[in-house]
Design a protein around this ligand. Structure first.
Ligand code: TMP
Length: 205
């Protein structure tokens, strides 16, 4: 993997159980082992506001089965704006690399294609929330839906599985692959169905 001298912004994307969070941590360790500075972070999260949004979206909305899709999109967008402005952009300006598990493509795949918000409106919302900051590289860890869901602990499932079932994740997976095909210069798609070590090796290649 080639890293830019000014600080590369690398995002990891994929649906539930693709191993993004572990892969992000390992990629961060690997960059650090090369003597370079790196911030490893995730969305929603990465700031106090983002952590609150994570708590809200993962738990509180289980209480309601009627979350408006635009309200959902705006919660993630608020987390993303705070994260971009206060964490990601400053780190890049300090010359550090940034590795982030999930970023704007998650909202295009989930809130756009998955939850049926208009995709062009979602793109504009992402442009606003990110101040136009795009990743230099997005690694899409692609796994078959049944493999990803099979990796999740029972009880760790959230509202998606309950309300939408496997069909929802099939849509999200297809949406990610479409996004990757649209921007082949930004995306790399890797097969995440192997072991953690195999996924790490594919990412570092
Ligand atoms: P995680 O499971 O990767 O930690 O992500 C938390 C959940 O948030 C996951 O179900 C996907 C969802 N999500 C979105 O729907 N849109 C987004 O923009 C982000 C960042 C996450």
């Amino acid at each position: 993997m080639a890293l830019s001298p000014r600080g590369s912004f690398i995002t990891l994307e994929g649906s539930e159980g693709s191993g993004k969070t572990t892969a992000a941590r390992h990629l961060g360790d690997w960059i650090r082992s090369r003597g370079e500075k790196v911030t490893v972070t995730r969305e929603p999260g990465g700031t106090p506001l983002g952590d609150e949004v994570r708590r809200l979206v993962l738990h509180l909305r289980d209480l309601s089965d009627d979350l408006d899709p635009r309200a959902d999109a705006l919660l993630y967008a608020a987390s993303r704006a705070q994260h971009t402005a206060r964490v990601i952009q400053p780190a890049l300006e300090r010359g550090e690399h940034v590795v982030c598990a999930r970023y704007l493509d998650s909202s295009l795949a989930y809130q756009g294609v998955g939850y049926g918000n208009d995709l062009e409106e979602m793109r504009r919302l992402q442009q606003f929330a990110t101040y136009g900051l795009l990743p230099d590289l997005t690694i899409l860890i692609d796994v078959p839906v049944e493999v990803g869901l099979g990796r999740k602990r029972p009880g760790a499932w959230n509202r998606f599985e309950d309300t939408q079932g496997v069909a929802f994740f099939e849509k999200v997976r297809a949406a990610y692959l479409d996004l990757a095909a649209e921007e082949p210069e930004r995306f790399r798609v890797i097969d995440g169905s192997g072991t953690v070590g195999e996924t790490d090796a594919l990412i570092k290649r």
